[in-house]
Design a protein. Structure first.
Lengths: 157, 717
């Protein structure tokens, strides 16, 4: 057991854990942040994605100790209480989820992409979802959400 | 009204609906929301019948003892049974409440109007409300299955696209799924699985469980059933790995290897003719000579491998055993059946078990949900007073869920000189789809739960008899909707197949429609008739014709306007010949690497009266995407030592980089009974892809999946 200070969604959180614990367990079980899902634990499905220092990372294998100096943002931290980030709103309004198990990972991945891509486009957004799986087949609605986001971006919204 | 089993089993209005405190209406459903958005549709139906805002409708979680028993959430019956039942329940409640309001206000009920629950008479300015009249009070009457519904023109919500309930929680990451739940004092549990179905625990180095116990890990063993539980989830995961390393398994003969398609032909089997969609106890008619008048006779064999549900979230359950009572959170699709099977397993009274549904990741049929509930219950019974959250791993989900059986279909048909089908034969071979833990004789309920075969007193997995109803199991959609003379239809239930199987979305319909609709194109080509015209020539059902025409209008299957190098294909079916009609047109290209790219897809469907347009479209498109994934990529692999499809690399599925542009047409037939739609596009999608690949390349692919290797092999053949 070791003590760590993690910066998650803007707040510093002190935890004591086995340093090898994959980040997703700490987020879900210690910090009560269940937006990141455990889908495979093998870095193969994308359900556990979070943002660390502005980049999308998978949280199901990498140890919590690797993140002690990072700024972590989870699905819960993308918007203020009771609010939606633009990507969350696009998913909500296009109904881009069926069971919703993959959804958080997709939203996190697209958020990271839109914030870092100099000229975001559809192809880039789809490439940002590489490694993300959806078993329900919500793909068509997810692409509609992407189109809506890109159109909003062009309108300067 | 057609009889509705949900209402027949649960006639009391109070079972379905209650005027709750806080000016809400609580609705209970026995079908669970598995991402098909039944709760969204239910809220729309109730809101319209009662004239209230949908936000006032509270869809109560499903639990044994309180919710109506509606069997299993399957077969695309959510709308036909639950939707219809709830709508009539709301109509009955409205009539009852308005009668009471009329008496209270001393007016004619016909003068009453409702606005968001407030009841007002045009004859007086006095008013009352549902909440004043009935909050917290039982109705004490039965649902009138013929209660008059509001006219369609007066509906405000039904027929619009709705925002799905729970969507806000999902996009914000609020606790929603079963594995998101926790309880004070809860332990995390993990299983230690044998290498395969037939392995048994031979020895366990006792030093390891002792060491684990010293670290506060609880080890639970019952025969070859092995599990660990610990306060910390990572600790439990590591302990499971250590315990697995300490276990020695007797692997017996291992899994039967050999070509599955040969096994389908060679193994012992039960063969029955199928008449009007259902098997009959009669000898199978011999395959005779083509009839007089046959100009040409074609034969073809089509095949699909074992495929998995492969839910994105591994199965899980929470269980607590306290004071002789078992409480379980489960994402099972059939909590009453599960309760009966668990009661029998543990020799407990069903009333001592309470199962509450909590959402899991999408399941698409009978996946590991029920099995995980048993696993959690076994661990919880060993640790009384402690809530246990047991999660399967990805590997377990892939290797232990019950798959959809492999199938093989032999088709033969004769055409007359005018291009009309004059004889039709279709034989389907496969294992059972009927392995849900439904109670029955010989402890068959418990025996269908995975871990009972590993207990100290093990149960043998049952050998199922042939399913006999219309359009179930292997013979779902074996009988085509086309007008065909001289149909010879046969179902072969094959014994001794190697892998664990059960219900996978659409059951045999996926394979049968793939075969029928591929064969229709082969026949059309032989007859020299365009595939749309050929289908219409053999189809009198007007609603079937309408969806074929609507899909073909959006995306011309002839490919006349198709870019160079691409091809289009169409396919059609009416799910179970009684549920939704769907036609699918797909445009594909094939890359130099022999990869099939899905370019465009038009779907036209008639699912009866439309309730939630968005939910309906999502079911149709989602079913098509999933079927496209099955068709292009998926086959469960195994060898003597067990399943080798153990993760997403060894069992790849369709990604976001190969999604066609969809155009989905919802044909609105007006006020017609709801027709289940969740499984309607699976079969047509597979055949539309095969037909499109043929149009693009001239290659006829008859064995799923259409991987680059399969495409190359067909090109060389
Ligand atoms: S859970 Fe991390 S990628 Fe699947
Ligand atoms: S919505 Fe269910 S896995 Fe994507």
């Amino acid at each position: 057991m070791e003590r760590f200070a993690l910066t998650v969604n803007g707040a510093v959180r002190e935890i004591e854990a086995d340093p090898a614990t994959p980040l997703v367990y700490v987020l879900r079980n210690r910090l009560g942040l269940v937006g990141a899902k455990l889908g495979c634990g093998l870095e193969q499905c994308g359900a556990c994605a979070v943002i660390a220092d502005g980049e999308k990372v998978l949280s199901c294998v990498r140890a919590v100790s690797e993140f002690s100096g990072s700024e972590i943002v989870t699905l819960e931290g993308l918007a203020g209480d009771g609010e939606y980030s633009p990507v969350q709103r696009a998913f909500l309004e296009t109904g881009a989820a069926q069971c919703g198990y993959c959804t958080g990972g997709l939203i996190v991945a697209l958020t990271a992409y839109l914030e870092t891509a100099p000229e975001p486009d559809r192809q880039g957004a789809i490439a940002a979802l590489d490694g993300h799986l959806c078993r329900c087949g919500a793909h068509a609605d997810v692409l509609r959400a992407i189109d809506r986001l890109l159109a909003e971006g062009e309108d300067g919204a | 009204m057609a009889p509705n089993p949900s209402l027949e089993k649960n006639p009391s209005l109070d079972r379905w609906l209650a005027i709750g405190p806080g000016e809400t209406v609580a609705v209970r459903s026995g079908k669970v929301d598995i991402g098909q958005r039944i709760s969204t549709a239910v809220a729309m139906l109730v809101a319209d019948e009662l004239d209230i805002d949908p936000a006032r409708v509270e869809t109560v979680r499903t639990e044994t003892g309180l919710s109506p028993d509606e069997g299993i959430t399957s077969g695309s019956y959510s709308m036909t049974q639950t939707g219809e039942a709830v709508r009539r329940a709301a109509a009955t409640a409205r009539r009852h409440l308005l009668d009471r309001a009329a008496r209270l206000l001393d007016v004619d009920p016909a003068t009453l109007e409702v606005d968001d629950g407030t009841i007002q008479s045009r004859a007086t300015n006095r008013q009352t409300s549902y909440w004043e009249l009935a909050a917290g009070e039982p109705f004490g009457i039965d649902v009138d299955a013929d209660a008059p519904l509001k006219p369609r023109a007066a509906l405000r919500h039904v027929g619009t696209p709705a925002t799905a309930r729970d969507m806000a929680d999902i996009v914000r990451g609020s606790p929603h799924f079963l594995p998101d739940m926790s309880r004070p004092g809860m332990l995390h549990a993990r299983m230690v699985r044998p290498p395969h179905y037939h392995a048994r625990l031979e020895a366990l180095d006792p030093a390891v469980p002792d060491r684990l116990a010293g670290e506060g890990v609880r080890v639970v063993r019952d025969g070859s059933f092995l599990a660990v539980a610990a306060e910390d989830e990572f600790q439990a995961a590591k302990a499971a790995q250590r315990l697995a390393a300490a276990a020695v398994w007797d692997k017996g003969d291992g899994l039967a290897t050999g070509d599955i398609y040969e096994s389908l032909r060679r193994n012992q089997r039960v063969s029955l003719p199928v008449v009007d969609g259902a098997p009959v106890e009669a000898p199978v008619p011999p395959q005779g000579d083509p009839p007089d008048g046959a100009a040409v006779t074609l034969e073809a064999r089509y095949e699909r491998p074992y495929q998995m549900h492969a839910s994105l979230g591994p199965s899980a359950a929470m269980a607590e055993f306290d004071d002789g009572r078992l409480t379980i959170l489960s994402h099972s699709q059939g909590i009453y059946f599960l309760r009966a099977a668990l009661a029998e397993t543990f020799a407990m009274a069903p009333g001592a078990i309470r199962i509450v549904h909590a959402p899991g990741a999408g399941c698409y049929g009978h996946n590991g949900a029920d099995d995980a509930a048993l696993d959690a219950a076994i661990v919880a019974r060993a640790l009384p007073g402690t809530p246990v959250l047991l999660k399967w791993t990805r590997e377990e989900e892939h290797a232990w869920e019950p798959y959809g059986t492999c199938m093989s279909m032999d088709l033969r048909a004769s055409l007359d000189p005018g291009g009309k089908i004059v004889a039709w034969s279709h034989e389907s071979f496969g294992d059972t789809f009927m392995m849900r833990p439904r109670p029955g004789p010989d402890r068959i309920g418990p025996a269908r739960l995975l871990s009972t075969r590993f207990l100290d007193e093990p149960l043998d997995p049952p050998v199922m008899g042939p399913a006999m109803g219309p359009h179930i199991g292997i013979h779902r959609n074996l009988d085509p909707l086309y007008d065909l003379p001289g149909k010879r239809l046969v179902k072969h239930l094959v014994r001794g197949m190697p892998l664990r199987v059960s219900a996978l979305r659409s059951l045999g319909a996926y394979a049968n429609v793939f075969a029928i609709e591929s064969f229709m194109d082969e026949l059309a080509a032989e007859a020299g008739v365009d595939p749309v015209a050929f289908r219409l020539d053999h189809l009198s059902d007007p609603r079937g014709r309408a969806v074929i025409e609507a899909a073909a209008e959006r995306l011309d299957p002839s490919g006349a306007d198709c870019p160079e190098g691409r091809g289009r294909g169409i396919a059609f079916s009416r799910y179970k010949n009684i549920a939704a009609y769907a036609a699918v047109v797909i445009e594909v290209s094939v890359t130099d690497a022999a990869e099939i790219r899905l370019e465009r897809c038009a779907i036209a469907a008639d699912a009866g009266e439309i309730v939630d347009r968005a939910g309906l479209a999502a079911q149709l498109e989602g079913g098509a995407v999933q079927a496209a994934s099955w068709t292009l990529h998926e086959a469960v692999a195994f060898d003597r030592d067990g399943i080798t499809s153990r993760d997403w690399e060894s069992y790849p599925i369709l990604g976001f980089d190969n999604v066609p542009e969809f155009e989905t047409v919802l044909v609105d037939p007006g006020r017609e009974p709801f027709l289940g739609a969740g499984e309607a596009t699976a079969g047509p999608t597979a055949a539309a892809i095969a037909n499109a690949v043929h149009a693009a390349t001239g290659l006829r692919l008859r064995r799923i999946p259409f991987t680059p290797d399969a495409v190359r092999a067909a090109a060389l053949a």
